[in-house]
Design a protein around this ligand. Structure first.
Ligand code: CP3
Length: 344
């Protein structure tokens, strides 16, 4: 069937829909009891990501429960370093860890074979497209090179990505090589997801907000622009959402410089500025995930503000970052009901 009935695709094409279509970042996850159940069956987190059977199941769970307008492939941005043999592991209470990489390690990295290694992910995408309702958009994704590099250099998450920022100043050539390699691998990986059935893809630059102006240009804008140019050269119809969390004022030129079709906005983006950004094309966001945890008036007020400011232009309603494990599933149901009940 054509994109015509897939509302997220219509919004990505610049259409204003009333009410706006919606999905939530990290909509499959620990806040759902059915996710925790499948997660326990699957073994390790990476085994869950590489099991098409279980990954399809957890991707579909939030669609069954809430009927979101998009399903996002269940996987993780760190499957790329895993495919690069960085010994990625997820331990309870620690978040992701891997072997930290240095200058010599970067020089030795080989980018070939990554898409082949990630074949189970493409199988998940194929099965999803055949199992999802026709009207549901299927989103693929990857991490942006900067965000993936921060984990590769530190070997784990950090509060401000100081290790990667320091590394970039000390070893600019090696760092640029790493970002370029990650950009080229990511472009091939996203093309493979699109060919397997993803309708659109999102690039997550969750750590863009720790960068200075020049570094944002070099480490966030340039590699993401490289990915998007590479995808569009091969798949001109592809639609791409770029989410640079915490980028603030630097978002002003982010869409135009990267070539993204839509830009994701975190909750710190003022709605008046968001409206300005919407003059150039669709935006996605930007409810504070803590409003979903709080529920009640905090949730209603946050939703209404976004709809009032951004609902009269091309909008994909979403959170400003991933939903957290403390969110009450009934608050998500209330969110969906309120957005869907909006008359404009
Ligand atoms: O539903 C979806 O949105 C699809 C699945 C998805 C996951 N991670 C599953 C996941 C997506 C799109 C991601 C992206 C991701 N992963 C990002 C970018 C977006 C963001 O949230 O900033 C980043 C930085 C990662 C890396 C990562 N993966 C971290 C830091 C963690 C630990 C934090 C946490 O929430 O536990 C993960 C693990 C992870 N990825 C979980 C899930 C559901 C939880 C792991 C578990 O079930 O034990």
């Amino acid at each position: 069937m054509s994109d015509k009935r897939r509302k997220i695709m219509r919004a990505l094409n610049g259409e204003t829909l009333t009410p706006p279509p919606l999905w939530l970042m990290r909509q499959a996850g620990r806040y759902l009891p059915e996710y925790r159940e499948t997660r326990a069956k699957a073994g390790s987190f990476l085994e869950l990501c590489y099991s098409p059977e279980h990954a399809v199941e957890v991707t579909l769970q939030p669609i069954r429960r809430y009927g979101f307008d998009a399903a996002i492939l269940f996987s993780d941005i760190l499957v790329i370093p895993d495919a690069l043999k960085r010994n990625v592991r997820y331990t309870e209470g620690h978040g992701p860890e891997m072997d930290p990489i240095d200058e010599t390690g970067i020089r030795a990295l080989k980018g070939d074979g990554v898409v082949e290694y990630l074949a189970p992910v493409m199988e998940t995408v194929r099965r999803l497209r055949s199992e999802l309702p026709e009207e549901t958009t299927l989103l693929g994704f990857c991490g942006a090179p900067w965000t993936v590099a921060t984990y590769m250099i530190a070997g784990h998450g950090t509060p401000d990505q100081a290790p990667a920022r320091l590394f970039a100043y000390r070893y600019p050539k090696a760092f640029e090589h790493l970002l370029t390699l990650l950009a080229d691998i990511s472009a091939d990986y996203l093309v493979a997801q699109i060919d397997a059935g993803a309708d659109a893809v999102q690039i997550f630059d969750s750590w863009a907000g720790v960068l200075g102006e020049k570094e944002f240009e070099a480490f966030a804008v340039k590699p993401v622009a490289r990915i998007i140019a590479s995808i569009k050269a091969r798949r001109p119809q592809a639609k791409i959402i770029a989410f640079a969390k915490g980028a603030g004022y630097l978002l002003k030129t982010y869409r135009q410089k990267t070539g993204a079709d839509a830009i994701g906005l975190d909750w710190s983006v003022p709605l008046a500025f968001a409206k300005e950004l919407q003059q150039d094309g669709p935006v996605q966001g930007n409810l504070d995930p803590m409003r979903v945890v709080a529920g009640g008036k905090a949730l209603k007020d946050g939703i209404d503000d976004i709809l009032e400011h951004l609902g009269h232009g091309p909008l994909i309603f979403n959170l400003g970052h991933g939903i957290t494990p403390q969110a009450d599933p009934s608050h998500v149901a209330a969110l969906v009901e309120r957005v869907r009940g909006w008359k404009g």
